[in-house]
Design a protein. Structure first.
Length: 202
């Protein structure tokens, strides 16, 4: 695992080889198996516990446990490094959520940048892992006026990780807002895995 911390346009980490290769391969095979399956609701597979993961099979339950080991490493070692605000929400962690996101090819240019957003208030730490294809389009990072700063280069088993700021429902402060978006102009689905450290919704 190789971790680089960047400050522009806002603080984030680029993590190469987030998962051990055998775990990445299992996750990739699972995601490809369920691509376009009617079981994939709204273009995503979501689970936030070992119990929920086992709905997809015992092997996926075991895979969830392995994912938790890797993503907890980021929480333990990089949350405070990436948290550029004056919030300290380390005591609010209540669950880890895994979301396998399938973004189908987009042909409408008006939708290419998708919805520029910051992530919601219940997400304490967000990590996006690039899964498929081998060559794709990474996350677009935006400046404070929502213009494009740059796109994170897509690489399989690479992850973007950050502490959100600027959620509409809670945050008005002087710190930079974590505006980002994503696109897919390839001819195959863009499959990423969102790993969230969540706080209670209450």
């Amino acid at each position: 695992m190789k971790v680089e911390i960047h400050d522009k346009p806002w603080k984030h980490a680029i993590i190469d080889d987030l998962l051990p290769q055998n775990i990445f391969d299992k996750l990739l095979n699972f995601a490809l198996e369920y691509n376009k399956s009617p079981q994939v609701a709204n273009g995503a597979i979501r689970f936030s516990s070992h119990y929920q993961a086992c709905y997809w099979g015992d092997d996926i339950g075991k895979l969830y446990n392995e994912l938790v080991k890797s993503i907890d490493y980021i929480w333990d070692n990089y949350y405070k490094v990436l948290n550029f605000t004056d919030r300290d929400e380390t005591e609010l962690l209540s669950e880890r959520s895994v979301e396998i996101l399938y973004t189908q090819p987009q042909s409408n240019k008006e939708k290419l940048h998708g919805s520029v957003h910051t992530d919601t208030k219940i997400k304490l730490l967000s990590t996006c892992l690039y899964l498929f294809p081998e060559k794709g389009q990474g996350t677009i990072l935006h400046n404070q006026d929502k213009t494009v700063s740059h796109m994170v280069e897509w690489k399989q088993n690479r992850a973007l990780s950050f502490v959100r700021n600027g959620a509409k429902e809670m945050e008005e402060n002087s710190y930079k807002k974590t505006f980002h978006s994503y696109i897919n102009t390839n001819e195959v689905p863009r499959i990423s895995v969102n790993l969230f450290w969540m706080k209670d919704k209450k």
